[in-house]
Design a protein around this ligand. Structure first.
Ligand SMILES: *Cc1c(COP(=O)(O)O)cnc(C)c1O
Length: 398
């Protein structure tokens, strides 16, 4: 008798995410014990610069339109507004990637799409995820009952793991990488694309930090790699490029050439994603989409690039300090993240050391996967004066 109501048991398989809770706790304790000490935060994973003026102006105009009967708008199309998809199409054209508007889906951010996309794949899909990496890929697959396998990033491969022959159906790649800041070059991405095409796998490529890439030789989209249109989906966001973490807007590109079997015949993956989105998602606000499109206007683009360059000057200060100290690191140059080796300490040991001696907060690498143990993430998302002070202080205690 009775109904067997149960929760999704796979949630119990998730590892507790202690990282940022534990960091906050330790900082609070330190501040309580030494209230007069100024703490410098180099662990931030969020943007700090305000929105670009071109973006806020566009959003203000959009608010006025929504308040007037003649220009009011309700639901947008299933893909998102055409003006924004045209702007994204133009952005890709500059990278040499030709997109059709039907391949671009506007979202409320890369995190949601990275999680939601798991819906359209078979529950038994074999998932391959680099370690260390942005924890969302792992946790969303565990919630769906899959058991991801990990491919190790380490000093040997400069935290840019390549295919190792293991079969996989879904492969997650993030470049420029969070947390390591490492960026795949064209040959390395070609190796992944060739591997995926040869094995019928799909690559889910997170390009949230693409605009931090300054080196013209490095790819900013997997779709720049020949053959990617038959094996890759790209997930991107305005969060880190245009400071939209509090506004919310992103996009996912699902090439029309990407086909896989569902029942018998090959079907378009794009049509499955469209069906998923029209069923469970109802779009992003007109105001956010207007703001996002303004980030790609000539004026807006110049302004968001200035902000990115500000963060990059911060990471350069961090990189220069590590070079001077002779400490191994990767990232930093084409990413807001610097991934350093802890000097003969564990990740958390180094966290405690840095907080106690230099009053600097960073993120222990162990929080991003087992292979992150012994490494540490520092970020350029902060005020330049703060980074400058932190760098001096770290130098004085190492
Ligand atoms: C910050 C971040 C995102 C952004 O997610 P939004 O939901 O768009 O804010 C996506 N992927 C990675 C790797 C990130 O670090």
């Amino acid at each position: 008798m009775g109904y067997k109501m149960r929760l999704n048991g796979y949630y119990e398989d998730l590892k507790q995410s202690y990282l940022f809770i534990k960091i906050a706790q330790k900082v609070k304790e330190f501040q309580k014990a030494r209230p007069e000490t100024e703490i410098m935060r180099l662990g931030i994973g969020d943007v700090t610069m305000p929105l670009a003026p071109a973006v806020t102006a566009a959003m203000r105009r959009a608010v006025d339109e929504m308040g007037s009967a003649e220009t009011f708008r309700g639901y947008s199309s299933d893909w998102g507004y055409e003006f924004l998809r045209e702007a994204i199409k133009g952005h890709y054209a500059e990278k040499g990637v030709k997109l059709d508007l039907s391949e671009i889906f506007i979202s409320d951010g890369a995190k949601s799409d990275a999680g939601n996309i798991t819906d359209i794949f078979d529950a038994d899909s074999k998932v391959l995820i680099p370690d260390p990496v942005y924890p969302v890929y792992v946790d969303t697959n565990i919630m769906a009952g899959r058991k991801p396998e990990y491919i190790a990033g380490n000093e040997g491969n400069r935290f840019l793991p390549l295919p190792d022959g293991r079969p996989a159906d879904l492969i997650y790649l993030c470049s420029p990488n969070n947390p390591t800041g490492a960026v795949y070059n064209k040959d390395q991405l070609q190796a992944w694309v060739d591997y995926a095409n040869a094995n019928n796998a799909i690559i889910l490529f997170d390009s949230a930090y693409e605009m931090f890439v300054g080196d013209a030789e490095l790819p900013t989209s997997i779709l720049q790699i020949p053959g990617a249109e038959t094996c890759a989906i790209e997930i991107c966001s305005f969060s880190k490029t245009a400071g939209f973490t509090g506004v919310r807007c992103g996009y996912t590109v699902v090439p029309n050439a990407l086909k896989r079997k569902a029942g018998g015949d090959d079907v378009s993956v794009n049509s499955f994603w469209l069906r998923r989105q029209t069923t469970k998602f109802n779009g992003v606000s007109y105001i956010s989409q207007r703001g996002a499109a303004a980030a790609f206007s000539p004026e807006g683009y110049t302004q968001i690039k200035e902000n990115i360059n500000y963060y990059k000057r911060n990471t350069k200060m961090i990189c220069d300090m590590l070079s001077e100290l002779g400490i191994w690191y990767t990232g930093g140059v084409n990413a807001p993240y610097v991934w350093m080796k802890c000097p003969n300490m564990s990740s958390w040991g180094f966290f405690d050391f840095l907080l106690d001696k230099a009053h600097v907060v960073g993120a222990p690498g162990e929080g991003f996967g087992d292979n992150g143990e012994g490494y540490f993430r520092l970020t350029g998302f902060g005020a330049a004066e703060n980074v400058e002070k932190a760098v001096k202080k770290i130098k004085s205690v190492m």
